[in-house]
Design a protein around this ligand. Structure first.
Ligand code: DAH
Length: 339
C-alpha cells in the first residue's frame, strides 16, 4: 500500500500539462471526493498499527506534493494566458492604427493658405518675438501714436526693445525689407495680446496676413481678391466692406461676411446679426512702402489680416474660444475626418 502511495507521489510530482482541462482532471483524480487521497485516508483504519505512522506520513506527503503541483501548473497557465505571444494567430490581419486628428486651427489655416496659393501667393513667416520697428513703427505707428492702444501689448524688454507681436502685419515689413515687388505673400502665425480671457477672446490667437504689391494695384483688385477668397472658403456668401481705420493702410476697411442665423451658435458668434467681421484690409500706406525702401510712386498694393479662430468657430460651430487651446481629446477627435 505504502509503495503504491510512493508511486503516486512520483506521478503527481512529475505530472505536467498546459491544458487547463487536463489540470482539472488531475485535481479531481487526486483531491476529489472520490480521488486517490481520500480513498487512502479511508483505508487508514485497515492499515497495521505498526505501519500506520509511515502510512500517514506518506499520504500527507502525497497531499502536499499534489497541492504544490496544482499551484505551480496554475501559475504557469496564467502566465501563458497573459503573455503577448501565446495563442496569437500570426496570420490575422493587423489591427488598424488609430490615426490622430489635426487641430481645427491648423485645418482652417491650411485651407486659407491653399486658397491664396492657387492665385500665386507664397508663404512667409516671421518671429513671434518682435521689435518695436517691425510691429509698430514701420507700420506707420510711431511712438506715442494713439493707435498703438488698439492692441494691448505684452512687452518683454525695453532696451533692446522686444515684445510679443500683436499682429502678423510685422511679417509684411520683414518681407518687404527683403524682397522687391512684385510681392504676393501670405503670412500665417500666432499673435499675442494682453487681453482678458473669455469665451470670445484670448491672450494669444492666430492670424493670416496678406500682402500684394505691384504696379497699378487698385482697391478693385483687393475687392476681387476678397470675393474670390470668401467664395472659396465660405461658399456663396455675401460680403460687405465697412470703412475703417488702420495706420498702415489708406483707405482701410473691415470685411464682414453674411453667414446667416441658422443656429444658436450663429446668434452668439455674430451677436445676433448674421454678419461676422473676418478681417481688416486696405491699400498699403505709402509711408509703409517707403519705410521698407519701396518706391511708393512706382508701386502700390493692398494688405489684409484675418483671425483664424473666429473663422474656425463659425465654420465648426464652436461657441467658446478657450476650448481650442485645452487639448481635450474628446474635442479634438471630432476633427478626424476633416482635411
Ligand atoms: N493687423 C490688423 C489687426 O491685427 C489687421 C489688419 C488690418 C491687417 C488691415 C492688415 C490690414 O494687413 O491692411 O487687427
Amino acid at each position: 500500500m505504502i509503495a503504491e502511495i510512493q508511486k503516486r507521489i512520483k506521478e503527481a510530482s512529475t505530472f505536467i500539462t498546459n491544458d487547463p482541462k487536463e489540470l482539472e482532471k488531475f485535481r479531481i483524480e487526486y483531491l476529489g471526493k472520490k480521488g486517490h487521497i481520500s480513498s487512502y485516508f479511508a483505508q487508514f483504519k485497515k492499515v497495521n498499527v505498526s505501519e500506520k505512522k509511515e502510512y500517514g506520513l506518506a499520504i500527507n506527503e502525497l497531499k502536499k506534493v499534489t497541492h504544490l503541483k496544482l499551484e505551480d501548473l496554475k501559475k504557469s497557465l496564467n502566465a501563458k494566458k497573459n503573455s503577448k505571444t501565446a495563442n496569437k494567430d500570426l496570420t490575422r490581419p493587423a489591427s488598424m492604427l488609430e490615426l490622430g486628428s489635426r487641430h481645427p486651427i491648423s485645418i482652417i489655416r491650411d485651407k486659407i493658405i491653399d486658397i491664396f496659393y492657387k492665385i500665386g501667393f507664397n508663404i512667409s513667416e516671421g518671429p513671434e518675438i518682435e521689435d518695436d520697428w517691425h510691429n509698430f513703427t514701420a507700420l506707420n505707428l510711431p511712438e506715442h501714436h494713439p493707435a498703438r492702444d488698439m492692441q494691448d501689448t505684452f512687452f518683454i524688454n525695453k532696451n533692446p526693445d522686444l515684445l510679443l507681436r500683436t499682429h502678423t502685419s510685422s511679417v509684411q515689413i520683414r518681407h518687404m525689407e527683403n524682397n522687391q515687388p512684385p510681392i504676393r505673400t501670405i503670412s500665417p502665425g500666432r499673435v499675442y495680446r494682453n487681453e482678458d480671457i473669455s469665451a470670445r477672446s484670448h491672450c494669444f490667437f492666430h492670424q493670416v496676413e496678406g500682402l500684394y504689391i505691384d504696379k497699378n494695384v487698385s482697391f478693385a483688385d483687393l475687392k476681387q481678391t476678397l470675393i474670390y477668397f470668401t467664395k472659396e472658403l465660405f461658399g456663396n456668401s455675401k460680403i460687405r466692406l465697412r470703412p475703417s481705420y488702420f495706420p498702415f493702410t489708406e483707405p482701410s476697411a473691415e470685411v464682414d461676411i453674411y453667414w446667416g442665423l441658422n443656429s444658436e451658435t450663429d446668434y452668439r458668434i455674430t451677436k445676433g446679426t448674421g454678419w461676422l467681421e473676418i478681417m481688416g484690409c486696405g491699400m498699403v500706406d505709402p509711408n509703409v512702402l517707403e519705410n521698407c525702401n519701396i518706391d511708393s510712386n512706382e508701386y502700390s498694393g493692398f494688405a489684409f489680416g484675418m483671425g483664424i479662430e473666429r473663422i474656425a468657430m463659425l465654420l465648426y460651430q464652436i461657441e467658446d474660444i478657450r476650448i481650442l487651446y485645452q487639448n481635450d481629446a474628446r474635442f479634438l477627435s471630432q476633427f478626424k475626418n476633416s482635411i
